[in-house]
Design a protein around this ligand. Structure first.
Ligand code: AMP
Length: 198
């Protein structure tokens, strides 16, 4: 049996949301929908979309909302997302929240939980620098890191003011071992009655 869970994971770059997102999605039997991964895959394959967004990603800017939202709508329309999904990296500003709300509402759906991975800016910068050394991502330069964190603070963090009053935000302390953090997230989701896939 597959569980139904429509989830969003939010946190500053370097908060560990990618890693935690994969763990949660596997446990719930739902796909991860990561806009950053979709863009990077297109860049790697040299598709027209990839060519269109390369410079934007390298600078740490946001890809235009309309384009990003269209990609997410297409992805969420695939069969494997019918029973749930975990969004990572989208929505990233209030316009994208409005797009997602409208799309889900038209399907009679809504998000079950928004997992906020709470990590300070200093901690994020340290982790991103480590990742830059290990993985060599082209948008992990000092400048792009600072720019992406600014965008997170000014555009992305405010979306929690929209989701907060809906009572769906779980704020999770993002400091600790990977397993500890995963346990905290599972505890929060279980408390909402979201069951793991059997
Ligand atoms: P991420 O892997 O989530 O950090 O995303 C990497 C980059 O992809 C971002 O810095 C943006 O350039 C782009 N990107 C990812 N998600 C979005 C989004 N929801 N809206 C606009 N741009 C995005």
């Amino acid at each position: 049996m597959t569980a139904t869970a429509r989830l969003l994971i939010v946190g500053p770059q370097g908060s560990g949301k990618g890693t935690q997102g994969v763990r949660i999605a596997e446990s719930y039997g739902i796909p991860v929908v990561s806009t950053g991964d979709i863009f990077r895959a297109n860049i790697k394959e040299g598709t027209p979309l990839g060519q269109q967004v390369t410079a934007v990603l390298d600078k740490g800017d946001l890809v235009p909302d309309e384009l990003t939202s269209e990609i997410v709508r297409d992805r969420l329309s695939q069969d494997d997302a019918a029973n749930g999904f975990l969004l990572d990296g989208y929505p990233r500003n209030s316009a994208q929240v409005a797009h997602l709300d409208a799309f889900l509402a038209a399907r009679g759906e809504s998000l079950d939980a928004v997992i906020l991975l709470d990590v300070s800016r200093d901690e994020s910068i340290q982790r991103l620098k480590l990742r830059a050394a290990e993985q060599g991502r082209s948008d992990d330069t000092d400048e792009a890191i600072a720019h992406r964190l600014d965008i997170y603070e000014h555009e992305t963090a405010p979306i929690l003011e929209v989701y907060g009053p809906r009572g769906i935000v779980d704020r999770i302390d993002g400091i600790g071992s990977l397993d500890e953090i995963t346990e905290r997230i599972f505890a929060a989701l279980t408390a909402r009655g979201l069951r793991l896939a059997a």
